[in-house]
Design a protein around this ligand. Structure first.
Ligand SMILES: NC(=O)c1ccc[n+]([C@@H]2O[C@H](COP(=O)([O-])OP(=O)(O)OC[C@H]3O[C@@H](n4cnc5c(N)ncnc54)[C@H](OP(=O)(O)O)[C@@H]3O)[C@@H](O)[C@H]2O)c1
Length: 333
């Protein structure tokens, strides 16, 4: 394998692997798909044919033993991620883990620690950071152009698209729409504000028959002083999937920029007037894969990093505490 081209393996050959990440690897000059692992050999072979992988397996340790596989993308149900990350790190593979990194804080910490001690890179598929316009939005915040960001709002909906399969089982999914969608909103707020959450309070609802949340409203205080509101749901058909940062001197509006596969726009409004950038969120997965491969080649941590994955698990754990105890939860500094 050319050292400039990262050889990938994928475990968990479901929807996201098939529709987004395998095509993103194929479309990236710095990446190539080598090996895929399913619980089912026929499924692995079918996926390998569809996406041009040389090797199809039904055994994860066997893939980890293949020296051509330099990085592993993990797209299995949430509860399986942490053990698979740790096994990949111990085999000397870089890891791109889909969200959430783990279901508990100790497991997420173990993932970060294991990758660090093995000297491999750990990234998380928080691709919202790669939506068009949002790097510019982060720059506007950093430049002080809209002043202090007083409040922020993110709405993200999967449409009326209630969770199914393993996502309805708390043992495999952990949380519901908070893990499916909310984690992207929390990560993009941390990225845009360049700050960590200090306090959180949440209310959720579960539609009849569901053991996991299907609508989540979350309030966050950031160390920077910003208060934020997140509406993450899989329960309404006509969401306005916007990101808004309200500063004391202006506003950043990412209209229809919070979800993948959309056409939206970024509008920055200050005393000086209004600037508009067109935005498409279509290429975010490919950009994330390319950024991960670049980070590996340049021997630095990718963005989003394993630490970002750990912060996310800390936050969702605090949200679960808030829901259980009906209180505002303080996160450790
Ligand atoms: N970043 C994003 O925007 C994004 C979007 C969607 C999903 N995700 C994340 O990606 C992961 C996979 O989601 P998905 O939508 O691709 O789910 P999915 O379609 O259900 O695929 C998951 C795959 O995991 C494998 N698997 C192993 N053990 C399983 C079990 N006990 N039950 C069910 N499947 C099992 C299956 O593949 P085999 O049959 O081949 O073994 C299955 O196809 C999740 O962690 C999710 O949070 C991220």
């Amino acid at each position: 394998v050319d050292t400039q081209v990262l050889g990938w393996g994928i475990v968990g050959l479901g929807r996201i692997a098939g529709t987004q990440i395998a095509p993103a690897i194929s479309a990236s000059p710095g990446s190539t798909l080598i090996s895929v692992v399913s619980r089912d050999q026929d499924r692995a072979e079918e996926f390998a044919r569809a996406h041009g992988a040389a090797t199809a397996l039904d055994d994860y340790p066997k893939m980890l033993a293949d020296p051509r596989v330099e990085a592993v993308y993990i797209a299995t149900p949430n509860a399986l991620h942490a053990d698979q990350v740790i096994a990949a790190a111990q085999a000397g593979k870089h890891v791109l883990c889909d969200k959430p990194l783990a279901l508990t804080v100790p497991a997420a910490r173990a993932c970060v620690a294991e990758c660090r001690s093995a000297g491999v890179r750990l990234g998380i598929t928080f691709q919202t950071r790669f939506h068009d316009g949002l790097a510019e939005a982060a720059q506007v915040v950093r430049s002080g152009e809209i002043g202090k960001v007083v409040a922020a709002e993110v709405t993200m909906s999967g449409g009326r698209n209630l969770p199914g399969g393993w996502r309805t089982d708390p043992a495999l999914a952990g949380l519901g729409t908070i893990n499916n969608i909310g984690v992207h909103a929390f990560d993009v707020l941390r990225y845009l504000l360049g700050s960590e959450v200090s306090e959180v309070a949440a209310l959720t609802d579960a539609e009849p028959g569901f053991l996991i949340d299907t609508t989540a409203l979350v309030l966050l205080r950031f160390r920077s002083g910003t208060l934020a509101y997140v509406n993450a749901n899989q329960s309404v058909p006509r969401s306005r999937d916007d990101i808004v940062l309200y500063g004391n001197e202006g506003r950043v509006l990412g209209r229809n920029l919070s979800r993948p596969g959309r056409v939206g726009e970024l509008i920055v409004t200050t005393k000086a007037g209004e600037r508009e950038f067109p935005g498409s969120t279509a290429d975010a997965y490919r950009r994330l894969v390319e950024a991960f491969a670049d980070a590996v080649a340049q021997q630095r941590d990718p963005s989003p990093s394993g630490e970002d994955g750990l912060r996310s698990v800390e936050l969702t754990t605090a949200i679960a505490d808030s829901l259980r105890d009906h209180r505002v939860v303080t996160l450790p500094a």
